[in-house]
Design a protein around this ligand. Structure first.
Ligand code: C2E
Ligand code: SIN
Ligand code: SIN
Ligand code: FE
Length: 372
């Protein structure tokens, strides 16, 4: 098709035979459709394949003085640059064992001498088409793999930047730095890693989910964007009415994330997790939390993990409405909340890695800005 009509696109065939009249015959038969290069010996053939243009197919005589056809083929198959060029042996031998040797060294086909022109043309065409299809698929696969990696990286970067931007927007309302976000996402990951082999949690906490938890944690208080300053920033204790408004930060957060999800064609798992966390992180194990008053395992695991991380950080931080507590006081308050405020197994994990929480808190301490 295009091969015949566009000489620039012609396939290049290398014919190798120690008999000049055979080379002449092959050239005559093939030259109307292909670019033909001829080699009178194995040595010449190896030199020619190494020089442009690229050889697409080789017709290779077996019996030649010097390097014979089998050896030429072996060498071609050893070299990355020539390994994929299909080799068809031309042979007058009809011995089955010789044919086996030809395939063993990597030939794709045999053509018997004396050469039948229609068979030659048909086989050459078949093997060139196979080769082109293989090349196409290989190039396409390489391209697609690179493209997938590139896009995943891009999506992941956009996710990270977006979450951080949204999260810090919520946080700058009542905090000076983005450190609360960094601390809580690190606490959540530390808890999840501690619990990933626990019988109650190991099914849920695979490596991918832990990474997504880490990524979505910054959005837990995104709903605080919707809370008026006079409540959020009130230096003292909230009235019941004010606290009722304050509690809506959970549903506001869920709604904001759900709205973002509706603009997407497919569910995005980190947004689903972020929504669960925003909506559920103020629930309590004994059912006394908000907004739904869920208890125990009805509270999504992501939200139960976030509750411990969030409260620890609220406790050790100075808020407009409260002083900072020490690490030891915070640990004690969380211990008291076991099976009341918090999932008891998550509290156990927290108590075991409390020192790690303290390390994270120091690494992203307030007033330090970006860690060095
Ligand atoms: P936050 O400051 O991030 O606190 C998150 C959670 O940490 C609180 O959820 C609570 O469970 C825990 N927590 C914080 N401080 C203390 C404390 O001193 N002792 C104990 N035992 N737990 C503490 P909660 O109470 O539902 O509050 C949700 C959000 O409402 C708080 O987020 C904060 O932004 C706001 N808030 C709560 N109480 C007040 C208040 O009296 N005044 C003001 N201005 N805001 C408040
Ligand atoms: C903070 O005061 O550190 C942030 C409050 C929150 O986002 O929970
Ligand atoms: C911060 O997140 O950097 C501030 C936390 C706090 O002091 O309340
Ligand atoms: Fe909250």
């Amino acid at each position: 098709m295009t091969q015949a009509s566009d000489p620039g696109q012609r396939s290049t065939i290398l014919a190798v035979d120690d008999a000049a009249e055979n080379l002449q015959l092959l050239t005559t038969l093939l030259k109307d459709r292909y670019r033909v290069r001829a080699a009178i010996s194995g040595e010449r053939a190896l030199k020619i394949v190494a020089t442009p243009p690229m050889t697409d197919l080789i017709l290779l005589d077996v019996d030649m003085p010097g390097i014979d056809g089998y050896e030429v083929c072996r060498r071609l198959k050893r070299d990355d640059g020539t390994r994929d060029i299909p080799v068809i042996f031309l042979t007058s031998r009809s011995d089955v064992k010789d044919e086996q040797t030809g395939f063993d060294v990597g030939a794709v086909d045999y053509i018997a001498k004396p050469i039948s022109p229609p068979i030659l043309l048909a086989r050459v065409n078949t093997h060139l088409t196979n080769k082109a299809a293989k090349d196409f698929l290989r190039d396409k696969n390489v391209y697609l793999e690179q493209e997938v990696v590139r896009r995943m990286r891009e999506v992941s970067m956009i996710q990270d930047v977006t979450i951080t931007a949204m999260g810090s927007l919520a946080e700058t309302r009542d905090n000076e730095t983005g450190n609360h976000i960094r601390r809580t996402q690190n606490y959540v990951r530390a808890l999840a890693l501690k619990l990933k082999d626990h019988p109650r949690f190991r099914e849920a906490l695979d490596a991918g989910t832990i990474e997504l938890l880490y990524k979505s944690a910054p959005l837990h208080d995104i709903g605080k964007i919707g809370i008026p300053d006079h409540i959020l920033l009130k230096p003292g204790k909230l009235t019941d009415e004010e606290f009722a408004v304050m509690k809506t930060h959970t549903t506001l957060g869920r709604d904001a994330i759900a709205a973002a999800e509706r603009n997407l064609d497919a569910p995005v798992s980190f947004l689903r997790l972020a929504r669960e966390i925003a909506y559920g992180h103020q629930e309590k194990w004994d059912g006394s939390g908000y907004p739904q008053g869920l208890s125990a395992d009805d509270i999504p695991l992501s939200a139960r993990l976030m509750a411990v991380a969030d409260v620890y950080d609220a406790l050790i931080s100075k808020r407009v409405y409260k002083p900072a507590f020490s690490h030891e006081q915070a640990v004690e308050i969380i211990r008291q909340g076991r099976a009341r405020h918090f999932d008891p197994d998550i509290v156990e994990a927290f108590l075991e890695i409390a020192a790690e929480f303290a390390t994270i808190a120091r690494r992203y301490a307030d007033g330090e800005g970006e860690p060095g």
